[in-house]
Design a protein around this ligand. Structure first.
Ligand SMILES: *[C@@H]1O[C@H](CO)[C@@H](O)[C@H](O)[C@H]1NC(C)=O
Ligand SMILES: *[C@@H]1O[C@H](CO)[C@@H](O)[C@H](O)[C@H]1NC(C)=O
Length: 126
């Protein structure tokens, strides 16, 4: 059993690809996933490119399998885990557009934009 969980642990960490991009924040409401969120929730939008290219994406953005997945993002030793609920048209490929509550876990909002946020999609995949 221990051996099996060790192997599973190695497999899932091998699947976890780490990305790096800028972090910004915005107000949240009805997003591309079709969920309605507010600014106090720990939610995020990924770039339109990342969203639209996600395996299993169809022309209906509400059905994108990335919706509801979580991302753990780290910036200068601080981390936050957020749920993917939207896409961000102004984002470069690996940028993340956080809710204010999520951004607050990483940096002061007065900074506006943070660089070199490293992140991974939890549960494997891109
Ligand atoms: C955020 O930055 C502003 C302006 O520099 C400062 O007044 C405020 O105290 C900071 N907030 C936190 C939580 O550090
Ligand atoms: C970006 O962050 C990673 C760790 O999160 C660090 O190893 C790397 O040196 C940073 N790169 C830059 C350009 O600051």
């Amino acid at each position: 059993m221990l051996f099996v969980s060790l192997i599973l642990g190695l497999v899932s960490s091998a699947l976890a690809v780490t990305h790096s991009g800028d972090g910004t924040f915005t107000t949240f409401g009805l997003g591309a996933c079709g969920f309605t969120n507010d600014n106090s929730q720990l939610v995020v939008g990924v770039s339109t490119a990342f969203y639209n290219d996600f395996p299993g994406a169809t022309p209906n953005p509400n059905n994108n399998p990335i919706c509801g997945r979580t991302i753990t993002a780290t910036f200068q030793g601080k981390s936050v885990t957020v749920e993917v609920v939207d896409k961000c048209t102004g984002c470069a490929m690996f940028d993340l557009n956080f809710s204010p509550a999520a951004f607050d876990k990483l940096a002061n909002e007065s900074v506006g934009r943070i660089h070199n946020v490293s992140w991974q999609l939890n549960g494997g995949g891109e």
